[in-house]
Design a binder for this molecule. Structure first.
Ligand code: NAD
Length: 346
């Protein structure tokens, strides 16, 4: 109730509101009584309560109409990591975010909440209960993450209380839930093509998978607590399910929940890592002749075989964050939302 009253009459814009996270964000914001604009390069859904603005966030002229009369901008737009397009990541995530900041200031938007990523501190080695004080990765796992670092730094640096402009960044990790076009569909596709027989490592490595509604809840709390002299100003926050889970146990639960077999065999982590490294080197040498994008890369091996889970104590302390959906319930809801991916029982 208190949250609803605080948000009454508030107008916000979700930049990237047609995407997976963005659509869930829009739904929760509408449910809390916000008036919502969506700015995106594509129109992802129909909703008469939402005002859509189609455009590229790299254009200030395109952004400005979507930000008029708005007090909060949520920026969760990004090219998909799988696009693997270095120029596009730099242009949208870094240069485009600078444009978003300029446009917010020019339109008089007072709060900007960025969706960053917990991966900004991950270098492919174990992180256990990592806090926001960990330094940014010197060698980020990929170019996409490199531009997420640049983007986050830019947004946090833009916090400017003297000019009534407040910024914060949310760092989610492993977002999943209904309508996600990535995690579950890609996993099932891999299982169908027989690629999910091996687990990398001993299967004990804990990671965070975060239900999309908890991620949205963290963003909205951040917007509501972001104000002059609040600890959120210019700071980043992990938002997780606060229930780290063994990577392969989570994957197995999704697979078996949709009637596919869980991986049966183990391959030692170091062996998988060096095989992936050798494959990358071979493909690099062959590049003048043929370009192949491997799916079995050292980065993917590291993501599947190392510990990477994060503390969300700072979000609990500064914005009263607590996950609203448990991991168990989140997995059930996610499985139920993909009936078309469920394999018929023999
Ligand atoms: P998504 O691809 O589903 O949505 C991104 C949206 O951004 C899309 O609707 C796309 O059209 C829009 N967009 C892209 N380029 C744009 C441009 N130039 N101008 C305007 N709109 C543009 O991605 P998602 O999974 O919902 O991720 C949302 C955010 O969360 C991203 O910033 C991502 O880095 C971050 N994040 C995601 C995960 C995850 O597991 N999905 C984890 C950590 C962080």
């Amino acid at each position: 109730m208190a949250t609803h009253l605080r948000s009454a009459g508030r107008k916000c814009t979700v930049i990237g509101g047609s995407g997976f996270l963005g659509q869930h964000m829009v739904e929760q914001l509408l449910g809390k009584g916000y008036s919502v604009n969506v700015f995106d390069i594509q129109r992802g859904f129909e909703n008469e309560k939402v005002q859509f603005f189609l455009g590229d966030l790299c254009s200030k002229e395109a952004l400005l109409p979507a930000l008029q009369g708005v007090s909060v901008a949520f920026h969760c737009a990004s090219p998909a990591p799988s696009s693997d397009n270095i120029e596009l990541f730099y242009k949208v995530n870094f240069m485009g975010t600078k444009t978003v900041i300029e446009a917010c200031k020019e339109a008089g938007v007072s709060k900007l909440v960025l969706t960053s990523s917990a991966s900004v501190v991950f270098e492919g080695t174990d992180i256990k209960n990592g806090t926001e004080d960990l330094p940014y990765a010197k060698k980020p796992i990929d170019y996409y993450t490199e531009t997420k670092i640049l983007q986050e730094k830019e947004v946090l640096r833009a916090n400017d209380p003297d000019n009534n402009f407040f910024t914060t960044a949310i760092r989610p990790h492993g977002i999943f839930g209904p309508r996600d076009p990535q995690l579950v569909p890609i996993l099932i596709q891999a299982a169908k093509s027989g690629k999910m027989k091996f687990m990398i490592g001993d299967g004990k490595n804990l990671v965070d998978f975060t239900y999309v509604e908890n991620v949205v809840h963290g963003h909205i709390l951040a917007a509501e607590h972001l104000q002059k002299d609040s600890p959120l100003c210019g700071k980043a926050y992990h938002i997780t399910n606060d229930e780290p889970v063994p990577f392969w146990a989570f994957m197995s639960r999704i697979l078996t929940g949709l009637n596919y077999d869980a991986p049966k065999y183990q391959i030692p982590y170091w062996l998988a890592y060096y095989l992936a490294l050798i494959l990358s080197l071979v493909l690099l040498l062959l590049r003048p002749l043929v370009t192949i994008k491997p799916t079995f890369t050292p980065m993917r091996v590291a993501l599947a075989g190392t510990f990477h889970y994060y503390s969300c104590e700072r979000a609990k302390r500064d914005m009263g964050y607590k996950p609203v959906v448990s991991l168990d319930e989140a997995i059930k809801r996610t499985l139920q939302s993909y009936p078309h991916l469920c394999r018929a029982k023999a």
